[in-house]
Structure formats: structure tokens, C-alpha cells
Design a protein around this ligand. Structure first.
Ligand code: 5GP
Ligand code: ZN
Length: 114
């Protein structure tokens, strides 16, 4: 856990953010500034900065998050597809340095590209 990390604070309940989904490893929340009609963030409870610092011990977690993305997109009302975006590092446009997957779906046009 990182005291200064906004997603760690959300995971711990220090910043209120309703959970669309939660299990022992992952939460899903709605993005505060949605880029599409459906815009979820899948956030692991463990503080991992990005895929650049993830290791083999995170292989199952990342795989699980991808499958969860498909399930939650469908449950949130997307029946014809969705997009997953993972920004990694400043060069990849990452702004919150706690690994997360954006799950975007819903009727187009979307507001912006992540
Ligand atoms: P990144 O650019 O790091 O891939 O994306 C960070 C995302 O986190 C942005 O889409 C931003 O809107 C979202 N975000 C930042 N702070 C908060 C917050 O406090 N709550 C929620 N729900 N989303 C946040
Ligand atoms: Zn964190």
C-alpha cells in the first residue's frame, strides 16, 4: 500500500468510490472522468505501479483482470464489444501509477481517446 496513491486510498475506503465489482484481489469502479458511456477501471488491491514493474507473480492476476473486463462490460450493458486500455509509464500516458485497466464501451461517438 502506498499512502500517496489515489487507488490505494480507494481500495482502503479512504476515498469513497462505489464498487461495481469486488473480490479478494480486484475492485472495479466507474472512472471519475468517463471517456465513454461505460468507463470502468479495474484496479488490483495490491499496489503494482504498471505492467513495467509487474512480474511473473502477477501473471494470473492480469489474466483474471482481462477476463473480468469482458464479463463486467457485458454486465454493464455492452452487447457488441468493448475496449481495454492499459497506460504504462509517462511514455504510455499513465497518470495514476497504480496498475489499472480501463474498460470502455457503449454507444459511439466516445468523448475522447485515452
Ligand atoms: P491513466 O491515465 O493513469 O491510465 O488513468 C487514470 C484514470 O483514473 C483517469 O481516467 C482518471 O479519470 C481516473 N481517476 C483519477 N482519480 C480518480 C478518482 O479519484 N476516482 C475515480 N473513480 N477515477 C479516478
Ligand atoms: Zn496504489
Amino acid at each position: 500500500m502506498d499512502e500517496n496513491c489515489v487507488f490505494c486510498r480507494i481500495v482502503r475506503g479512504q476515498i469513497p468510490s462505489p464498487r461495481v465489482y469486488e473480490d479478494d484481489q480486484v475492485i472495479a469502479i466507474n472512472d471519475i472522468n468517463p471517456a465513454a458511456p461505460i468507463h470502468l477501471l479495474l484496479v488490483p488491491k495490491e499496489h503494482v505501479e504498471s505492467l513495467m514493474t509487474a512480474g511473473p507473480q502477477h501473471e494470473a492476476l492480469v489474466g483474471k483482470m482481462l477476463l473480468l473486463a469482458a464479463r463486467l462490460a457485458r454486465e454493464q450493458g455492452s452487447d457488441n464489444g468493448f475496449r481495454v486500455v492499459i497506460n504504462n509509464g509517462p511514455g504510455g500516458g499513465q497518470e495514476v501509477f497504480h496498475l489499472h485497466m480501463h474498460v470502455l464501451a457503449g454507444p459511439r461517438p466516445w468523448k475522447r481517446t485515452l
